[in-house]
Design a protein around this ligand. Structure first.
Ligand SMILES: Nc1ncnc2c1ncn2[C@@H]1O[C@H](COP(=O)(O)OP(=O)(O)OP(=O)(O)O)[C@@H](O)[C@H]1O
Length: 330
């Protein structure tokens, strides 16, 4: 059984639908990447799942954590899961840390709430966690305030705070976007190390396909509030089949220098208030036919264990003899 199972998750804000029925599973211990351009619904998926959206959001569908239903559950039940079995870290750590409390106190609060530790045990554990996430001289720095840490160190403190509940799943939402390149690499190494050492599962939300490839087992690609392709990292990176996934790859530089021209995806993600008919990617897709503007491709399992929602996927063959995945009307 999956640790988290999301089925037909839909979200609307003030009647405007932004998630169009997400199905997604996270197995115990696995690392799942969620990629897509800004506004595709990556964050909203998990904020909805964990009951963190504002009251104006309408959320339907099912989210179960080890069989326990969260959608429609009471606040206490959802809060017990959040911060306990599932923890989330965000792009900007400063917005989640309380500036007027020492980092130690903030970590201790989580330890006492989620693991029932007394004051002294929580203090010892807070120092251990700060040490584990690579804060030098943790014994002294546990008593400092957030502004006394650099941006990269604040993200490490956030990770320590997330680990305080000993989560089975850590959701990292663009955890390195606000950091410079060297620190980004260090935080990615830290997340990979923590996953190895604790065995927790991880959902890694990112624009950065390179980072996703380095630390995830599987990846889901989101476009305009839907999953358009998903599968294991190896095949997805070797032969991306959805033209959108392919576009994301073509838009990033290759470290091995095999690509000297980056090809941006022209156009922008559609405004949820004005969704195109048919396939939402069709207006930007180099392979779209008139049929794509009239019918919506469903996400379907493929032979190689991936899922794909496209009538004209990119073929592996260099000749590009493309074959529709579904019988099209004549
Ligand atoms: N509180 C809100 N009120 C209204 N619309 C919202 C709200 N939060 C998100 N949205 C809309 O929901 C859609 C999905 O947003 P979401 O933040 O999930 O995208 P994302 O893929 O995570 O993007 P990013 O990478 O920029 O974080 C967008 O159209 C966004 O404008």
């Amino acid at each position: 059984m999956s640790f988290v199972s999301i089925r037909d998750l839909k979200v609307a804000f003030d009647g405007v639908q932004v998630l169009h029925g997400i199905d997604l599973d996270v197995a115990a211990g696995e690392a799942l990447g969620l990629v897509g351009e800004s506004g595709c619904g990556k964050s909203v998926t998990w904020l909805a799942a964990l009951g963190l959206l504002p009251g104006k959001a309408t959320v339907t569908g099912s989210v179960t954590v080890q069989g326990q239903q969260l959608i429609g559950a009471n606040r206490t039940a959802v809060e017990a899961v959040r911060g306990g079995r599932i923890a989330m870290i965000f792009q900007d750590p400063s917005s989640s840390l309380n500036p007027v409390r020492t980092v130690g106190r903030q970590i201790c609060e989580s330890l006492r709430l989620h693991r029932g530790m007394d004051r002294s045990a929580a203090h010892t554990e807070a120092v251990r966690l700060l040490d584990m996430v690579g804060i030098p001289d943790a014994r002294k720095r546990v008593d400092l305030y957030p502004h006394e840490f650099s941006g990269g160190q604040c993200q490490r403190v956030m990770i320590a705070m997330a680990l305080a509940g000993a989560p089975d799943l850590l959701i990292a939402d663009e955890p390195t976007t606000a950091l410079d390149a060297t620190i980004q690499a260090q935080i990615l190494d830290l997340l990979a190390m923590l996953r190895r050492e604790t065995g927790m599962a991880m959902v890694f939300i990112s624009h950065d396909l390179g980072a996703v490839g380095a630390i995830c087992d599987r990846v889901h690609v989101m476009y305009a509030g839907q999953i358009v392709e998903s599968g294991a990292i190896g095949p997805m990176f070797d032969t991306p089949r959805h033209p959108y996934t392919r576009g994301l790859f073509d838009a990033i530089p290759r470290l091995d220098g095999t690509r000297n021209r980056l090809i941006p995806i022209h156009g922008t993600v559609p405004d949820p208030r004005h969704m195109p008919s048919g396939c939402a990617f069709a207006p930007r897709c180099p392979k779209a036919s008139a049929f794509c503007n009239s019918a919506e491709p469903a996400l379907k399992p493929q032979k190689d264990d991936r899922q794909l929602a496209c009538f004209y996927p990119v073929t592996a063959s260099p000749a590009g003899a493309d074959t529709p995945t579904e019988r099209l009307p004549a």
